[in-house]
Write a protein that binds this ligand. Structure first.
Ligand code: NAG
Ligand code: NAG
Length: 554
């Protein structure tokens, strides 16, 4: 048997007979091999002829394609692995069994997670090729997140804050910015401006939420919270989702200041057997937070899922920097200094803060000891320990055993003995039993008792406060001023001074209580950083005024 090669004009060296029947082997195929081949076979007298069509395709020694990006949490995602015309493929995802896919090379993921991230090995069965083509596809799984920050434009004197959503299918429904120290914020809409604040970004359509502040002042520095409202298709319906939130720390220097901590410790007053809350706040978004009990035990807050839980997370969210824990049952053991440990999203070093827990009776003095000098003004402040509970009356007993009853009708103008009066801005209805002594006399040095009948309690509650004379009179006021300066810094002083001014102009300090929802339960009596500092600057600049200023500004 022989084969007649019709390959006229072709180099004979590339051809050889192939197989038992009538076949030819062509080596080093070139484009011109394409076309109809005629094969003639003869065996004695018998002659057979046939033809075969040869198609020469382009060689695909390698195949490369860009990284595939998938969205975390998506369901039924189709992943196209090649654009080649393959007849089958074998796909191996990282750390899993490979699977054979007939026809076009695509796989469907029930639910996308970061576990599918990495190099996918794909073997392709291609037409005209016996050996499979090995292709690697890099797969990245993107998690929906906020890209936030701020830009200072010194040329135009503008400050741009932004919170853009990356890797999402959700649409923005609103965009809000609020200074965390302020009680109201800005509803930022494209095309609208209040003269100073306007939208910044490419539009809600591009999932960009930003605000431009024109001619920013020192008031605009500090921590801002952005809240981005979103909606999403769920099945055939558009549903509103939980807004995404983050904190932006605008520092005067243009650099982020996340680790500035105050020296003052806030205090939580709790009655034995009640629940209590330890709350810390960071100026940055957190990825986790935990607490250290005064005895060294660590507690990581978990969501509240059932009633019998001993402790759970409280606060708006870690994203907004809230790190709080509620314990359902206070015992004397819980008294002492607690430490909050906050893990920022974008740094590995934890931020820490301290909170003092005092387990007291139903009425507690915020300071057990007050160091003063003759002629100074001091405030003895007692409060219901388990939240703001109305007091039926409030009374004090002096160290020299003089007793008197106080309420807000006793003012500086009609002070008892010309020096004892109810601290302005405080209120029996909110659990305050507070005495201001205008000019401390010798006889005021010693142990005072505050006592009150708390609404719905049957027994009077009381606590004691010791007023001490500062031995080194000349040094004391100076060192106190020094502490204020160090711990608070200039901005807070401005706030405090403004607070005093607001008070002097007759702004009713009580008003803030109505505008701001009453603080919940256990922290009602806790002193935050600023108000705690203000204790040092004598009674006229009291904690309430700090809040008043904010209320007034808005
Ligand atoms: C988001 O906006 C786009 C464009 O307007 C629209 O096609 C899509 O349906 C919207 N999705 C949701 C969840 O509102
Ligand atoms: C610390 O206090 C907690 C809460 O009261 C308690 O569960 C834990 O056993 C205490 N640990 C030590 C070492 O005393």
């Amino acid at each position: 048997m022989f084969i007649l090669l019709q390959a006229i004009g072709r180099k004979p060296g590339r051809y050889a007979s192939w197989g038992e029947g009538c076949g030819v082997r062509v080596q080093n195929v070139v484009a011109t091999d394409e076309g109809r081949w005629r094969l003639n076979a003869t065996n004695g007298d018998a002659v057979a002829a046939g033809w075969t069509e040869v198609l020469v395709t382009k060689a695909t020694p390698t195949y490369s394609a860009p990284q595939i990006s998938l969205l975390d949490g998506q369901t039924n995602t189709e992943v196209e692995l090649t654009s080649l015309d393959n007849s089958y493929c074998v796909v191996a995802q990282p750390f899993s069994e490979s699977s054979l896919v007939p026809g076009h090379c695509r796989v469907t993921l029930d639910r996308t997670s970061r576990a599918v991230q990495g190099n996918w090995d794909v073997l392709l069965g291609l037409p005209g090729r016996v050996s499979e083509l090995h292709v690697q596809r890099q797969v990245a799984v993107e998690v929906e997140r906020l890209d936030m920050g701020y830009i200072r434009d010194t040329n135009t004197n503008k400050l741009h804050l932004y919170c853009n959503i990356l890797h999402t299918t959700k649409n923005i429904t609103f965009c809000r910015f609020q200074k965390t120290s302020s009680s109201s914020g800005y509803n930022v809409v494209d095309g609208l401006s209040d003269g100073t604040h306007s939208y910044y970004g490419n539009g809600f359509l591009y999932r960009e939420c930003g605000m431009t502040i024109e001619n920013p002042s020192a008031q605009d520095e500090g921590t801002w919270r952005c809240s981005v409202g979103v909606q999403q298709w769920v099945g055939t319906q558009v549903q509103t989702q939980t807004p995404l939130q983050a904190l932006i720390s605008v520092s005067p220097t243009g650099r982020s200041t996340t680790n500035i901590q105050s020296e003052e410790i806030s205090t939580v007053f709790v009655q034995e057997h009640d629940s209590f809350r330890v709350m810390c706040r960071a100026d940055v978004s957190l990825s986790y937070c935990w607490f250290q009990h005064p005895n060294g035990t660590q507690f990581t807050p978990v969501p509240l899922v059932h009633q019998e839980q001993a402790f759970w997370y409280t606060g708006e969210s870690l994203k907004t920097g809230d790190c709080g824990i509620i314990f359902s049952h206070a015992t004397k053991e819980e008294a002492g200094i607690w430490t909050c440990h906050m893990g920022p999203n974008d740094a590995s070093l934890e931020i820490t803060d301290k909170v003092e827990v005092r387990v007291t009776g139903p009425l507690a003095a915020n300071k057990k000891q007050i160091v003063t000098t003759i002629g100074s003004t001091i405030t003895l402040y007692c409060h219901s320990s388990n939240g703001n509970r109305p007091l039926n009356y409030c009374r004090f007993l002096t160290p020299y055993d003089l007793g008197f009853r106080l309420d807000s009708t006793v003012t500086e103008e009609n002070a008892l003995f010309d020096r004892y009066y109810f601290t302005p801005g405080r209120d029996l209805d909110y659990g305050d039993c507070s005495l201001t002594i205008k000019t401390v006399q010798d006889e005021d040095i010693g142990e005072w008792t505050c006592a009150a009948l708390i609404d719905q309690d049957s027994e009077e509650a009381r606590d004691v406060v010791t007023v001490l004379l500062n031995i080194d009179e000349s040094r004391a006021p100076l060192s106190q001023a020094g502490i204020v300066g160090m711990a608070v810094g200039l901005s807070t002083l401005v706030v405090l001074l403004a607070g005093v001014a607001a008070y002097k102009t007759g702004w009713p300090a009580k008003l803030w209580r109505r505008n701001i929802p009453p603080p919940s339960h256990t922290d009602a009596f806790s002193l935050d950083t600023v108000s705690a500092n203000s204790r040092n600057s004598q009674s006229s600049a009291d904690s309430d005024y700090h809040v008043t200023v904010n209320t007034q500004r808005n």
